[in-house]
Design a binder for this molecule. Structure first.
Ligand SMILES: [Zn+2]
Length: 194
């Protein structure tokens, strides 16, 4: 009967769709979007690599609800403008763009990490840059130059605003917020992954 055949084929299509969905679900999160990402086992600091030598964090994570760290050269003023900014770990570049007033040029990188024996993903974010040295989709290694320290088009004394986010690909956000649930303390994270 025609109606039986339609019902049967609909059922088969539904099962196929469910199967396809299940297959996709086995690759979830950023890997579904960016492909297989090698695990980043070790992280370094984003300036003065590998240890941040010659720089200091002028506004630590959490101070004034800051969601990142503000890395400045020890020389003060604009002496650090144009200094290299490094990828803190192995990963893939997911964003290279002007992110709007207050942000300037921003690079974002997704990293595959092991956390408590499980796969996890974090994002590192580098803001107020003077120049870009990478493009979206580039695989990067720890210590690779991704850009240079800038002043977000003249609105700050040059420094690197640096974040590590628990969840990749969130909206660019405010930079400051009492809700830091999607952010990690960058230096604490790096020190825990040396
Ligand atoms: Zn900042």
């Amino acid at each position: 009967m025609l109606i039986t055949r339609i019902v049967t084929s609909t059922l088969v299509l539904a099962l196929l769709a469910a199967g396809a969905h299940w297959a996709r679900a086995t690759v979830s999160g950023p890997e579904a979007k960016y492909g297989y990402l090698e695990t980043a086992h070790r992280f370094d600091f984003p300036v003065g690599a590998p240890d941040g030598e010659g720089y200091y964090d002028a506004q630590p994570f959490g101070e004034n609800f800051h969601l990142g760290e503000d890395w400045n050269g020890l020389g003060g003023g604009a002496t650090d403008k144009g200094d290299p900014v490094y990828a803190v770990g192995k990963g893939v570049v997911t964003y290279v763009d002007e992110a709007g007033k207050g942000w300037g040029k921003v690079v974002r990188i997704v990293h595959h990490v092991r956390h408590n024996g499980r796969s996890d993903f974090v994002e590192s974010l580098y803001a107020h840059l003077d120049s870009f040295e990478v493009a979206v989709g580039d695989p990067v290694t720890r210590g690779q130059v991704v850009g240079s320290i800038g002043d977000a088009d003249g609105i700050y004394v040059p420094h690197l605003h640096f974040e590590i986010r628990r969840t990749p690909d969130l909206p660019i956000g405010p930079g400051y917020s009492p809700d830091d649930s999607q952010w990690l303390d960058p230096s604490a994270f790096i020190r825990a992954h040396r």
